[in-house]
Design a protein. Structure first.
Length: 192
């Protein structure tokens, strides 16, 4: 509904969408276990970092829409990229080590290399958003367009690096023998 409202009444609809994004972000931050698992190690920490970074992008999108009130021009660009690259792709990276093995039936153990695409995605998106906001606030500083373009290429590189990391990790895991699962034998009832 808020999306339709932004088309019919841009300022009112934009602010309504902003309030909904901010409420969603507040709910996620309040109820997600990521606030606690960020202090863990390995996969739980990686997933928590990706989730919390995604929530930060949702928060930015909501605040920007609330202040601007109208999703157009630079604001539209930043909001779309914050939601679809910052939030959505961060959710994909956070859940991929759990979802891909279940769907593709391949082992994809956690690897420290998984941090590289996550950090690259958020760093280049931050540069991209800063360049877009700077070009919208002042009359396009020298190098802003080149910076924005380079950061956009960095976003693509981050997503490709994620695919390469996942494939590489899965191939390495396939070569290693799987660890046998140790099961405790069930106790049987013995008669007198």
């Amino acid at each position: 509904m808020a999306g339709l409202a932004t088309l019919l009444w841009p300022v009112w609809g934009g602010r309504t969408a902003a309030v909904l994004l901010l409420a969603l972000t507040a709910w996620l931050l309040r109820h997600d276990v990521a606030r606690r698992t960020i202090h863990a190690t390995g996969l739980p920490r990686f997933a928590a970092a990706a989730l919390l970074a995604g929530y930060a992008w949702l928060l930015l999108a909501g605040l920007l829409l609330l202040v601007a009130g109208r999703p157009e021009g630079t604001v539209y660009d930043v909001v779309v990229h914050a939601v679809f690259l910052g939030y959505a792709m961060s959710m994909v990276l956070a859940h991929a080590p759990v979802i891909l093995p279940a769907v593709l039936r391949v082992r994809l153990p956690y690897s420290r290399w998984m941090w590289a695409p996550l950090v690259l995605l958020h760093a280049t998106l931050l540069v991209r958003v800063a360049a877009a906001l700077l070009s919208g606030i002042v009359s396009a500083p020298t190098g802003t367009v080149a910076t924005w373009t380079g950061a956009a290429a960095g976003n693509v590189a981050a997503l490709l690096l994620f695919v390469l990391t996942a494939v590489g990790t899965a191939l390495v895991a396939a070569r290693r023998p799987s660890r046998p699962t140790t099961r405790t034998p069930a106790r049987t009832l013995q008669g007198p």
